[in-house]
Design a protein around this ligand. Structure first.
Ligand code: ACK
Length: 281
């Protein structure tokens, strides 16, 4: 099912967001900032602003527009339109009043609003969005950057997947040639170590999100290496020497990973297999 995405007027969006003023800013990401705006007819929107000519950012912008214009699902963010004005690119989304799951869980309110019932519903919503991408899109879509900051919550705490800039269509590209991307701590070990990408990479990331919902904290931040001895033993030969990381690993990741971080990735895998009773709600 194709939706028509409007090309919106830059001036209208400048006015709607009060000229991208600080008071209307919802937050900042690596790509730029997100602003709250109100369009004619009282429609509240979120406007993501990307500035500059960074090639990766431009590519992510195009992927986001191309993919989201074809997708319509209650658990996937609705892209309403976009605008290109000199070197400024804007993406216009439905407003998700409660922001990201990451902020809800780890922000100032510290997840207090999230009852177990709500956490279950958020997990189910995210699973439905992911199932739609994997099972009902043709060709299937691999999100590649699923994490709590990319799961957004509307005013009724309905969860929707967002940020499709890194997503790829399964089967249409040579997956072995694409640059390894994602977020450490959420990247599936087989993808990180061997560049093996499948829809199961998203399922691994979803598992990390489930742990986050369960623990109320990021599972990769505070795990003692002693907790994951067996996994570390398995992973050690590959992880101690960064030159042994396969070529597909993007140089930025190759030079930035430290051993501690990779221990933590391995630890998450162990926890997924052997959850301790105390981690259950
Ligand atoms: O965690 P947050 O409050 O939710 O802060 C981040 C910030 O912008 C940078 O990504 C928020 N954000 C992103 N998209 C939307 C949206 N469609 N509606 C409301 N907030 C959004 C996100």
């Amino acid at each position: 099912s194709k939706r028509s995405i409007s090309i919106m007027d830059h001036k209208t969006l400048e006015l709607a967001t009060d000229n991208f003023g600080d008071s209307n800013m919802l937050g900042a990401g690596g790509f730029g900032c997100v602003y709250k705006g109100k369009l004619e007819g009282n429609l509240c929107v979120a406007v993501k602003r990307l500035s500059g000519g960074n090639l990766d950012a431009i590519k992510e912008f195009q992927t986001e527009v191309e993919l989201l214009s074809k997708i319509q699902h209650p658990n996937i963010i609705t892209l309403l339109g976009y605008s290109i004005h000199s070197d400024t690119r804007l993406l216009i989304y439905e407003l998700m009043e409660f922001g990201s799951l990451e902020t809800q869980l780890h922000g100032p309110s510290r997840g207090s609003a999230l009852t177990w019932h709500l956490r279950m519903k958020i997990a189910l919503d995210a699973a439905r969005g992911l199932e739609y991408l994997h099972e009902h899109c043709h060709p299937p879509v691999i999100h590649r950057d699923l994490k709590s900051s990319n799961i957004l919550l509307d005013s009724d705490f309905n969860a929707k997947l967002s940020d499709f800039g890194l997503a790829i269509l399964d089967g249409t590209q040579n997956k072995n040639n694409i640059k390894l991307s994602g977020t450490l701590g959420y990247v599936a070990p087989e993808y990180l170590l061997d560049g093996k990408l499948t829809d199961k990479s998203d399922v691994y990331a979803f598992g990390v999100v489930l742990l986050e919902l369960l623990l109320g904290r990021k599972p990769v931040e505070k795990i003692a290496p002693a907790q994951c001895q067996s996994m570390v033993t398995w992973a050690m030969p590959q992880l101690t020497d960064r030159t042994k990381l396969p070529n597909i690993v993007d140089p930025v990741i190759r030079n930035s990973v430290d051993l501690k971080h990779l221990y933590q990735v391995a630890a998450v895998a162990v926890l997924c297999v052997q959850p301790e009773p105390s981690y259950r709600p």
